[in-house]
Design a protein around this ligand. Structure first.
Ligand code: NAD
Ligand code: 6OD
Length: 486
């Protein structure tokens, strides 16, 4: 049985408690490894290593030397592409074509982009006359924040972890990563990469475990952690913010969503159907930016519902490397139960089930896997559970609408504000709506199209702060003002 170890001060280590938990493959629910859960001693050791590394060789590197190391990390991820692919797929069950086009390349790109961005980062300066006729020159200096706790979810494990580790390291911080208990493999593998390219011990550390009373809580409440960056559920974000409040530490929070797509009758129909199919069902609906509410202008409603139904029914579930596979399982039995409980709620609340609504019939070898059917509902009021709450599964509710004001009001009537997408050929209307919908991210005639230099984050209960490009550096550095009189 594979042992999945913590990575502390450049070494793979077990724990003092002997406690382990199973890492399972969601395709068939088999155990693929035993993970050594970090207790307080391991979290203390990881934070101490990270703190010491700030003042060690890492802290003495020039920006150019650091950038060289991050470039090397990106290259090494690409060189070991297949190892990362196998690890990510073993943990998540996602189709290989998806992981090889999205997760792994972005894992490498997240180091490259922030290495590139930091090279040209500037700060402001001001000059003024002093009352005694001299000159005061003020200039900003960006200094690393210190030890950063990086707490990650399971849906895009490598992508979302490196999205934070890349800029944190580019800015000269050190990190302690707590991957999701569901997906420990790629964060662990990245430890090998760090050692291979010569990143000094203690700069990148990984502690495994759960949230409350486990590695997540021990890490985020640790007094030597100087900042916390978190991606996950809004409820967990509340606990993280409470932990950050003790010691007045900053927290960057990328949280849940209940994202809407708006489809106008004048849209490019095929593009809208293709893109909404992806936004609802890609990664089995486990993308924070995914669409779970679709609003279609009334004249197009029946045609759009029929087209999306056909596309959902063509999403063949299967093993990650099978060439016919279009959708994988959800991440765990626990998450499968949560998604299926929403499927039941939708029926109880009177939904018309256009397609799906249960578990697909799978061959015997995959029967124990965490499968759910791509599901579409219509006919529910705006107050229904699956129209208001994040399911995080391959499902959506489709409603007709008549006016732009009506659809904007419906979209905004939700506690989340992460992302939205608008399909229309009327670009003025799309831009008008983009300014009215309360979200951090708005796509027009597209979805999940990313330029890594742009600000990424959510409004309302979808998060606090923006990461991406120079915006990441706002969080991962502290701006110091130096004033000189001459
Ligand atoms: P989660 O909040 O359950 O867990 C995320 C991480 O937090 C895990 O590593 C977990 O062990 C840890 N954790 C849990 N409780 C903790 C605590 N009290 N203290 C410290 N750590 C704790 O989220 P998940 O189920 O892994 O991921 C799915 C959620 O993530 C969805 O809500 C999704 O929308 C959200 N998400 C948001 C974004 C974004 O960019 N906004 C991206 C991806 C996922
Ligand atoms: O693309 C990104 O940078 C990003 N943070 C994506 C988040 C996806 C959520 O599941």
């Amino acid at each position: 049985m594979k042992e999945i170890l913590n990575f502390i001060h450049g070494e793979f280590v077990r724990n003092t408690s002997g406690k382990t938990f199973a890492d399972r493959n969601p395709v068939d629910n088999t155990v693929i490894g035993q993970v050594y859960e970090a207790g307080r001693p391991e979290v203390d050791a990881a934070v101490a290593a990270a703190k010491a590394a700030l003042k060690g060789p890492w802290g003495r590197l020039s920006v150019v030397e650091r950038v060289g190391m991050l470039d090397a990390v990106a290259q090494e991820i690409n060189r070991r592409f297949d190892d990362f692919l196998q690890a990510e797929i073993a943990d998540t069950g996602k189709p290989a074509h998806l992981a090889s086009h999205v997760d792994i390349p972005r894992g490498a790109a997240n180091f490259q982009i922030f290495a590139d961005t930091i090279k040209t980062m500037s700060t402001e300066s001001f000059q003024m006359r002093t009352p005694d006729g001299k000159t005061a020159l003020s200039y900003g200096v960006r200094v690393p924040r210190g030890v950063i706790a990086v707490v990650c979810p399971w849906n895009l494990p490598l992508l979302l972890m490196t999205w934070k580790v890349g800029p944190a390291l580019a800015c000269g911080n050190t990190v302690v990563v707590k991957p999701s208990e569901e997906t420990p493999l790629t964060a662990t593998l990245l430890g090998e990469v760090m050692n291979k390219v010569g990143v000094p011990p203690g700069v990148y550390n990984v502690v495994h475990g759960f949230g409350p009373d486990s590695a997540g809580a021990f890490l985020t409440s640790h007094p030597d952690v100087n900042g916390i960056t978190f991606t996950g559920e809004t409820r967990t974000g509340t606990a993280i913010m409470q932990a950050a409040a003790v010691g007045i530490r900053p927290a960057s929070l990328e949280l849940g969503g209940k994202n809407a797509a708006t489809v106008f009758a004048d849209c490019d129909f095929d593009l809208a159907v293709d893109t909404v199919t992806r936004s609802c069902f890609e990664n089995a609906g486990q993308v924070c930016l995914g669409t779970e509410r679709v609003y279609v202008e009334r004249p197009l409603f029946e045609r759009f519902v029929a087209a999306l139904k056909a596309r959902a029914e063509a999403m063949t579930p299967g093993r990650p490397f099978d060439k016919d596979t279009r959708i994988g399982p959800v991440v765990s039995k626990e998450h499968q139960s949560k998604v299926l409980s929403y499927y039941q709620k939708a029926r109880d609340e009177g939904a018309t089930v256009v397609t799906g609504g249960g578990v697909p019939d799978m061959p015997a070898a995959l029967k124990d896997g965490c499968w759910v059917q791509p599901t579409i509902w219509t006919g529910l009021p705006e107050t229904a559970s699956v129209v208001t709450e994040e399911v995080f599964g391959p499902c959506c509710h489709i409603s007709p609408f008549d006016t732009e004001d009506e659809v904007v009001a419906k979209i905004n009537h939700n506690r989340y504000g992460l992302a939205t997408s608008i399909y229309t050929q009327d670009i003025a209307r799309a831009n008008r709506m983009a300014q009215q919908i309360e979200v951090g991210l708005c796509w027009i005639n597209s979805w999940f199209l990313r330029d890594l230099r742009t600000p990424f984050g959510g409004s309302k209960q979808s998060g606090i702060g923006r990461e991406g490009g120079v915006h990441s550096f706002e969080f991962y550095t502290e701006l110091r003002n130096v004033m000189l009189k001459f």
